[in-house]
Unconditional design. Sequence first.
Length: 294
Amino acid sequence: MPVDEGYFPRERSVLRRVHEERLVGLHYGQRALCIGALDPRNFIGTALHTRGRDAPFQRLAHTATAFETIFFGTRAEADRVLERVHAMHERVRGTLPRDAGPYPAGTPYSAFDPELMLWTVAVTCDSAVCFFELLVRPLDDDERDALWRDYVRFGELFGMPRDVAPRSWREFRAWFDGRIASDVVYLTPEARHAGLISAFELPLPRGLAVAKRLHDALILGSLPVRVRELYGLSYGRREHAAFTTAVALLRATRRVAPRPFVRGRCNDAYALVARTERQRIARGEATAQLMPVA
């Protein structure tokens, strides 16, 4: 019987190489959600069909764990996750209840809309590359092309048509940067609230306060300038100094840490975040909640 190496085999998949870096796995999801909220169809469509409004980080942890199963698991394991996700996505369809920037009320949305699927893949890829190159090393041109091919494959697993995707890393970069700079991106008040929660209200135990400050500085400094402007986030000399310090400290720590602490799945970290949120809710402490979308 052939060995089931999964959809992204070890040693051959650049996507797997990137996501096996724990410094990528610990940060890319929050940044991706923050940028992903800039498409009102994506944000509103998801928000209207989610059950995790009162516990957003448990939902985020569940999604991140599912992604890691697809990145690192066997095809059989990944297929079980994909089947569950497909069933959930079947329910995510409708029309915008009100105007949202360039999208008038009545604009249709669907989890299977090829353009929205590409947007989800794009913000995930951009965030993973951002942290890999910030904290590990730059990728060369061949690696970037191979990585983008892997991400197109990732999108296809969820039903994204291949022909909707840019054909190379250079085309992807031009498309993505152009979209961020264009008028099609727009933040509703609910999306702004949710994006800031995902980026800067990560629930961690009190003993990890320093790690939380490093995390927040890294996320803020890594966001594109226009994204920070749309969110109304200040980024001056003090914030930039905190960002460069966080990058230097995390890069130095990675160089001296034992390999098992540097590479591998982040399941335990995701579980810690979810457990901390559950404990805060059980104690009746204030916790991040998403605003209702009318």
